[in-house]
Unconditional design. Structure first.
Length: 297
């Protein structure tokens, strides 16, 4: 009987000690930031993980905040560019709690933080977009697009205000996509067609210029080649005629009568052809060759 009483007493003491330990201690995890308040007033800010002591509730309260990176999609609304074009640009916000005490005093919860961030991001987005033309958002020329610059500017603007006012560190504000109201769609298509037509005209002009240069060079090479060919032909013809004259002269010197006979035959070949009728005096050279040769000669 006494043993049972002792065991029960030990169990009760152990349970009481455990309850007291739970009431007087708390744990800060790696991904948490904690603000300990006493009767609603902050007394400690804990950022290092570990086991800490406290007075039991309601004397002291442990306010836990998630220190991990959070992502939030800002509300969708239209914005106006510098050249008065309406655009719809949904953006996301990557943020985390940097100063838990200021966060607790100014916002108190993540839902309130998202609501405040929505207003900051929307205002900053509209302000920044008002300093850029529509062509810097949508263009076939990559060098003209300023989306990364716009994201960086919005991030800097929102991050400064969020940290000073709410203890929030805004890591990035990014543009998810670009949407156009229906009234602007036709304008974008027309501008893109005009840009493509401009590039096409430029390429045609460059091609025509190159073609003219090639054609001019070809014509110049043709003139030179023809001149060289004519010169070579004249030189060859001159050499051939000189060689022919030499041969004629040698033949004439060897047998003048036979040479004359051959020349007269050549003349007949050039004058007459197949089925040619000639009415001339056969006594006239070279037609005297066509006269019958008297018998006995």
């Amino acid at each position: 009987m006494k043993t049972q009483i002792i065991v029960r007493g030990l169990i009760g003491a152990l349970v009481g000690a455990l309850l007291l330990f739970v009431m007087l201690t708390f744990q800060v995890r790696q991904n948490e930031r904690v603000v300990l308040t006493r009767f609603g007033r902050p007394v400690r800010v804990l950022v290092e993980p570990g086991l800490y002591g406290k007075w039991p509730w309601p004397i002291e309260t442990v306010n836990r905040f998630d220190a991990r990176l959070d992502f939030y999609d800002a509300r969708i609304s239209e914005a106006l560019t510098r050249d008065k074009r309406n655009v719809i640009i949904p953006v996301y916000v990557a943020w985390r709690i940097d100063d838990p005490l200021k966060f607790l005093q100014s916002l108190g919860s993540a839902d309130n933080a998202r609501s405040k961030l929505d207003g900051l991001v929307t205002s900053a987005r509209n302000t920044v977009l008002g300093g850029y033309d529509f062509s810097q958002l949508v263009s076939t020329n990559r060098a003209e697009v300023k989306i990364p610059e716009i994201e960086h500017t919005i991030t800097d603007l929102v991050a400064q205000q969020a940290k000073q006012s709410f203890g929030i560190a805004v890591v990035q504000v990014g543009i998810k996509r670009l949407t156009l109201p229906e009234a602007n769609t036709q304008f974008v298509f027309e501008r893109m067609r005009a840009e493509r037509a401009q590039f096409a005209a430029q390429y045609r002009a460059e091609g025509q210029q190159q073609a003219d240069e090639v054609r001019a060079k070809t014509d110049a090479d043709k003139v030179v080649m023809l001149a060289d060919a004519r010169k070579y032909a004249e030189e060859t013809r001159g050499k051939a005629e000189a060689e022919a004259a030499r041969i004629y002269r040698a033949a004439h010197e060897k047998d003048p009568s036979f040479y004359r006979f051959l020349r007269e035959l050549d003349a007949l070949k050039q004058i007459t052809s197949t089925n040619t009728t000639v009415v001339l005096d056969t006594a006239t050279p070279p037609f005297d060759l066509l006269s019958p040769v008297p018998k006995g000669e």
